[in-house]
Structures are given as structure tokens and as C-alpha cells.
Design a protein around this ligand. Structure first.
Ligand SMILES: [Zn+2]
Length: 246
């Protein structure tokens, strides 16, 4: 997963709104440090002033939201503070809002953050960390790119489905091959994971397409559509832009 995040960050394609489902809190903080790091060669360096400030959670361009002591949930007034933070001008390149335990946002808080995510502003990044993303409003889920931080099975590193090998086949062979795979793994989420982990080197647009599909799974998009679009991308190339009406 870290490799995927690095590719997106290096190519300036990291999504403005993202959900980190399960896994370690250090993963979203890897992203935040990368965004702010002053080192030009190795990011995040963990040695520059920005990295140190993020590690201590005192970076002026970082706003952290969590359940307050003694409270049961994240309240709407905390999200109002997010709004104020977003409207302030920044001295650096960008700002980041990190919401820990995002599934504990009250409904009012969720509706309020949704409005912010609808108009995130330039160079503001929103990272939501949750142990159960399905407790969030579907409208929030659909606004974000999802990073599911489950441990990856070796099966997911399947050479057979690497982009390099699939590209050698004809459109219909690719389509059949993907159909075979989806039957074998039985669900769309694992199917996409295999493709993500078999293909990520250098194929930034393809990776982004797959991550977007992952975000749409909850809406029961048709598996034939997914396979069709992916086959088309593999054979048709880079300029294939996909939008879904939900
Ligand atoms: Zn640094």
C-alpha cells in the first residue's frame, strides 16, 4: 500500500479526499509528512522541520480531529473548526485535515464535513481514518478515494494479471481472462486488489482508475461494466476517462 501511496504522491495525483479503512494510523501520517516534507530527494525524511512538526502534531498547516476526552463522538463544533482552518491562508504549499475515528462523527458532523468535501478548496487534503467505513454516510464514501489497509495476500501479487502480460492479449482475451479471475476470487473488491497489486509500477492512470472503482463498489456497480471498462483501458489506452452516475 505504501508503494501505491508513493506513486500517487510523486505524480501529484494524491486525492484531496481519502479514507483509510482499518490499518495503522502511521499510514495516513506517511501521506501528510510526504505532502509537507521539505526534503527534495527522500520524502518523508523524518528529519526536516516540517516532518518533525507533523510527528509532534504541531504543524501549522495540519489540523487533527479526534473524539475529545470524555466524549462519545466527534461533534459538529469540531467540524466547524475544520471549516475555519480551511478558510485561513497557508504559508506552505498545502493544508491537511486528519480525522481520526471518523466513523464516530455525529450525523450533524458528517453532514457538515460532507459540505466541506464538496468544495474542498485548492490544495486542501482531507484524510479520514476509520475502523469501519460503512458507518459513514454513503455520500461521504462516494466523495473519497478509499485505501483499504488490509494485509495483502501473496495471491494478490499475481504475475499472470500484470498489465504487461494482459497487454499482449486481444480485447476479448483480456475480457475473458478478467472474467475468469473474478469467478475465482468471487468478489469485486478482491478482484480489483489483484489488479492493483499486480500492476501498480508506473501506471498511474490505471492505478487511479482501479482505486476509483474500489470507491464505487458499495453502489453495486455491475461487474460486467467494471470488466468492460478495465479491458477497454488495457487495450484502448491512457485517455480513457470514466465517470459514474450514482
Ligand atoms: Zn521531511
Amino acid at each position: 500500500m505504501i508503494e501505491i501511496l508513493k506513486i500517487l504522491l510523486k505524480n501529484n495525483k494524491f486525492p484531496q479526499s481519502s479514507i483509510f479503512n482499518s490499518g495503522n494510523i502511521e499510514v495516513p501520517f506517511f501521506v501528510i509528512k510526504y505532502l509537507f516534507c521539505e526534503n527534495k530527494e527522500v520524502k518523508p525524511c523524518n528529519a526536516c522541520l516540517s516532518c518533525k512538526k507533523v510527528n509532534k502534531r504541531v504543524h501549522p498547516d495540519l489540523f487533527v480531529v479526534d473524539i475529545e476526552e470524555g466524549a462519545k463522538n466527534i461533534k459538529i463544533n469540531q467540524i466547524r473548526e475544520v471549516k475555519n482552518f480551511c478558510s485561513m491562508t497557508t504559508s506552505g504549499r498545502c493544508k491537511a485535515v486528519f480525522i481520526n475515528n471518523a466513523e464516530f462523527m455525529s450525523i450533524e458532523a458528517q453532514n457538515s464535513i460532507l459540505k466541506i468535501l464538496e468544495e474542498p478548496g485548492d490544495n486542501n487534503y482531507f484524510l479520514l481514518k476509520t475502523k469501519n467505513k460503512y458507518k459513514l454516510l454513503p455520500t461521504i464514501l462516494s466523495r473519497c478515494v478509499h485505501f483499504n489497509l488490509k494485509p495483502v495476500d501473496n495471491f494478490f501479487k499475481n504475475e499472470e494479471f500484470s498489465l504487461k502480460n494482459l497487454k499482449k492479449l486481444s480485447f476479448f482475451e483480456v475480457y475473458d481472462k478478467l472474467n475468469e479471475l473474478i469467478k475465482e476470487v468471487k468478489n469485486l473488491e478482491d478482484f480489483l486488489k489483484i489488479l492493483i497489486y499486480s500492476n501498480y509500477p508506473d501506471e498511474i492512470d490505471f492505478l487511479f482508475l482501479l482505486l476509483n472503482f474500489e470507491s464505487y463498489i458499495k453502489y453495486n456497480i455491475n461487474k460486467d461494466t467494471v470488466i468492460g471498462v478495465i479491458s477497454f483501458w488495457i487495450k484502448g489506452g491512457e485517455n480513457c476517462q470514466i465517470k459514474f452516475a450514482i
